[in-house]
Design a protein around this ligand. Sequence first.
Ligand SMILES: Cc1cc2nc3c(=O)[nH]c(=O)nc-3n(C[C@H](O)[C@H](O)[C@H](O)COP(=O)(O)O)c2cc1C
Length: 336
Amino acid sequence: MALPEILRRPLSLPVVASPMFIVSGPEMVVAQCTSGIVGSFPALNARPASLLTDWLSQITEQNASFAAANPDRPVAPFAVNQIVHRSNDRLEHDLQLCVDHQVPIVITSLGAREDVNEAVHSYGGIVLHDVINDRFAHKAIEKGADGLIAVAAGAGGHAGTQSPFALVREIRRWFDGPVLLSGAIAHGRSVLAAQVAGADLAYVGSAFLSTHEANAAEEYKDMIVSSSAADIVYSNLFTGVHGNYLRGSIVAAGLDPDALPESDPTAMDFGTGDDDDQPKAKAWRDIWGSGQGVGAIDQRRSVAELVTQLRAEYDEALAAPIWDGHRELSLAPAPA
Ligand SMILES: Cc1cc2nc3c(=O)[nH]c(=O)nc-3n(C[C@H](O)[C@H](O)[C@H](O)COP(=O)(O)O)c2cc1C
């Protein structure tokens, strides 16, 4: 099945930047879109909720003026992430704003709902739903999602435990629609690997944590640069759902990363309590999420510089000879 039109528009790289709680805001999203990759942010990052409409207008206007000033550069569409969990008391409000602003792509997590998908389809938007296994993938498509985000082992934030090879293969046995793959993709070669494994696009989060545009503490950005896969701890203690976090931030919070207790999943709460500032943010503000791909991130730079770097690595991987068992060949077309 062909990709929906919105995902077939020119991109500088086949990448969707994933939404990150607290970290992704309009500055980051505009930098991602104007660098030619799909940018995204969680609706819950706009606090209070009334700020969301301003963010949506700002992103739309800044992308449009960049496109007008740079007609030869691809400006990618943007996506808004909705947490479809019963504790998200803003969902209805935030979804209505996505409808009003005709947000081109909505990314849903932690719950698949027909009415949410229908609302996005009502104006021609598409819904990508993130899943950690094939059972949830079936459910998402049954409820009307247009595409799937396979969140494999090693992903930052809430993450699954399945190998990307296993997860994509199981999904591709029955689904030929859009599939994005995520989990520790922080290098251009890994973007290509995701496509070779069967995904249409790569879904990349943690690699953007150390960019200038990320709304993250300086120490967080530095820790991303200095950490590698061995520094990532998988735990459900902080939100009730299993996720990957930086060991150094757990130590700094006075906890032993090697002896974290199990949490109660019913403790999961995405309510906003608009009256106080960021009441539920502690898990992400003090305990820093990150995927295992951070070993590939060795400096702080701008989003544009990171995308340029990923593209160069992707091109290098395309051109590099691979051994098919009896001869060397390359994925890049031979020069004419
Ligand atoms: C700090 C952080 C915060 C995140 N917050 C969200 C979120 O609010 N909503 C969501 O759907 N995914 C969230 N994620 C998960 C990402 O969308 C995505 O699945 C993940 O970053 C991909 O793996 P990678 O980080 O290894 O590239 C978060 C990830 C990180 C690292």
